[in-house]
Design a binder for this molecule. Structure first.
Ligand code: URA
Ligand code: SF4
Length: 217
């Protein structure tokens, strides 16, 4: 398996991409999981949010951000004045990576490797090409490094707005739209794990409020 590229149909719309991803064998992660979880949201979304990978509930239900982290994200988006129905939500990696708790059935999230993130990148590129968002919001280090490179540190550059790197730009000669921008914040799961959850939540919500402000008018 040398990456998702051969599995990504050319000139496909979101519905065709969503169907095709189920057949991806671009890395070993398809083997243990229930299904691939593609992005969700309208094709004309102005904002594209990137998480890490589906979690246990996302893997079962086939939708991104429908578990505990998704509920926290929903609340923070709503309080920041961003309508979840108007954004496109996806993940850097489309299959759930986990290990089994000893003897138990519980599946414990494992962070995807850099190789797995790279293998899955063609799907994210295809989504970017279809959505053409004004703003990409990376949730956590995996997403930020997938989009902004492996030396990017969320702790140092959280909330900054930078240009979308050229390698992720859709080739489009007649595209007169301004260069899409990227920002990174923490992952909602890290807020759930933070000993100072209230502070972490407020900082996360503040980052999303800055996203809302960057979009106006
Ligand atoms: N965490 C993620 O990064 N993505 C999801 O879809 C769910 C949890
Ligand atoms: Fe393909 Fe990505 Fe799934 Fe790997 S994680 S099999 S590259 S869709």
């Amino acid at each position: 398996a040398a990456g998702a590229e051969p599995y990504v149909p050319e000139h496909a719309d979101l519905a065709e991409l969503r169907a095709a991803v189920q057949a991806c064998r671009g890395c070993p992660l398809y083997q243990g999981s229930t299904q691939a979880v593609f992005g969700a949201g309208p094709a004309d979304a102005r904002v594209l949010l990137v998480g890490e990978q589906p979690g246990d509930q996302e893997d079962r239900r086939g939708q991104p951000f429908v578990g505990p982290a998704g509920r926290l994200l929903d609340r923070a988006l709503a309080e920041a004045g961003i309508d979840r129905a108007e954004v496109y939500l996806t993940n850097a990696v489309k299959h759930f990576k986990f290990e089994r708790a000893e003897r138990g059935k519980r599946r414990i999230h494992k962070r995807p490797s850099r190789g797995e993130v790279l293998a899955c990148q063609p799907w994210l590129l295809a989504e970017l090409r279809e959505i053409r968002p004004e703003l990409v919001v990376c949730l956590g280090a995996t997403a930020a490094q997938a989009v902004l490179g492996s030396s990017f540190r969320v702790t140092q550059h959280r909330g900054e707005l930078v240009a979308l790197p050229q390698r992720l730009r859709w080739a489009d000669a007649d595209d007169t739209a301004p260069t899409p921008r990227v920002t990174a914040t923490v992952h909602p799961s890290s807020v759930l794990r933070d000993p100072d959850r209230d502070d972490a939540y407020q900082a996360f919500r503040a980052d999303l409020r800055a996203v809302a402000a960057a979009l106006r008018p």
